[in-house]
Design a protein around this ligand. Structure first.
Ligand code: NAD
Ligand code: AKB
Length: 317
């Protein structure tokens, strides 16, 4: 695809960034995608990687100028579990880095921003089943507070300055190409690795703790679709609810057992149990479906089969 876009991905070395870099590179060409992160792990051999601390506004500006960046996908953050362990730094990283990117757009150095929100923006007083787009939101984690505040700031920059920031409230994301980094939903990735390696998994959530989840391929597609949608289709300038699947540890374990009959799971809930219990169990995303035609492809059986086949075939376990 020929393009005038130059796309900077901040936090590209993380669970989403690795896959997003690959997908965007296929669409826009390697030379137009600039992955960046705190450290160069050497995985981005086809793109020109930039070492960048998202808190360093001057360094960010220099990279934007150097490459003529037009769009930023800003993924750097501390997630729910690590955020609770380092609350002040989580707030600083998650908020200040977002302001740096929003200000770049306000000052017209870049034209479009993607910044992810999360189901963590909801809280214990939110209706937990089929959670609607507009509802009570009183998040109880620092991570969730930063996501809710970030949503409001994206909307405010749009209303005041016309900043074209777009956002999705991702559920827990599950993929085989990259490892998760400090979330409450991470068990749903670890379980596959342990099932293939040891045929057993000790889960840090209790058996019936249902949460909204999604295959990474669906999440990447949703991300690119919302960014490519005509501006007039984006009627929500905070963040869109986004739904894929909903399941509990017990349900995913049962599905894994269909492929690995002697797989066993045990439960040892830790501090992440309280975080999970403060989040919705399932999400209503009718606005995303109506406004920009979102539709997921993966259900639970398809997701489980895809994870096991790919982890096994690529000998990633
Ligand atoms: P991750 O922890 O796997 O990756 C984050 C990346 O950011 C890491 O590579 C890390 O090195 C980098 N980073 C951290 N501090 C940085 C800094 N100061 N400057 C530059 N880079 C820095 O996270 P992820 O799962 O890929 O999540 C990306 C975004 O998506 C986050 O905003 C997260 O809140 C959101 N999100 C993720 C999920 C999920 O299930 N993965 C769900 C909801 C929302
Ligand atoms: C987490 O568990 O922190 C993330 C998320 C749902 O935001 N996966």
């Amino acid at each position: 695809m020929s393009t005038t876009e130059k796309i900077l991905i901040i936090g590209a070395g993380g669970q989403i960034g690795v896959e997003l870099t690959e997908s965007l590179s296929k669409i826009y060409g390697n030379k137009n995608i600039i992955p960046s992160d705190l450290k160069d792990t050497g995985i981005f051999t086809n793109n020109s990687f930039e070492k960048l601390d998202a808190l360093d506004k001057n360094a960010l500006f220099d990279i934007v100028k150097k490459h003529g960046v037009t769009q930023v996908y800003h993924l750097a953050a501390l997630l729910s579990a690590t955020g609770e362990q380092n609350p002040m730094f989580a707030w600083k990283l998650n908020m200040e880095s977002l302001f740096h990117v929003l200000d770049l757009a306000k000052e017209k150095h870049i034209s479009q921003i993607y910044w992810p929100s999360s189901i963590a923006a909801f809280g214990p007083t939110t209706p937990r089943q089929n959670t609607p787009q507009f509802t009570i939101m009183e998040p109880s984690t620092v991570y969730g507070i930063s996501k809710q505040a970030g949503e409001r700031w994206c909307e405010w920059y749009y209303n005041k300055f016309g900043v074209d920031a777009r956002s999705l409230r991702y559920p827990g994301l599950i993929g085989w190409k990259s490892a998760p980094g400090g979330g409450t939903t991470d068990y749903a990735v670890h379980i596959f690795h342990e099932a293939l390696k040891h045929k057993t998994y000790e889960c840090f959530l209790s058996e019936n703790t249902a949460l909204p989840m999604m295959h990474m391929e669906d999440a990447i597609r949703a991300t690119i679709e919302i960014m490519q949608a005509p501006a007039d289709k984006i009627k929500i300038r905070g963040a869109y609810n986004l739904s894929g699947i909903s399941f509990s540890p017990k349900e995913i374990a049962e599905e894994i057992k269909k492929h690995i009959p002697d797989f066993t799971i045990t439960y040892k809930p830790d501090f992440r149990q309280a975080i999970a219990e403060s989040w919705p169990q399932s999400i209503n995303d009718k606005e995303a479906r109506e406004h920009w035609s979102w539709k997921e492809k993966y259900d639970l059986p398809k997701l489980v089969e895809n994870m096991l086949v790919n982890l096994k075939e690529k000998a990633l376990v």
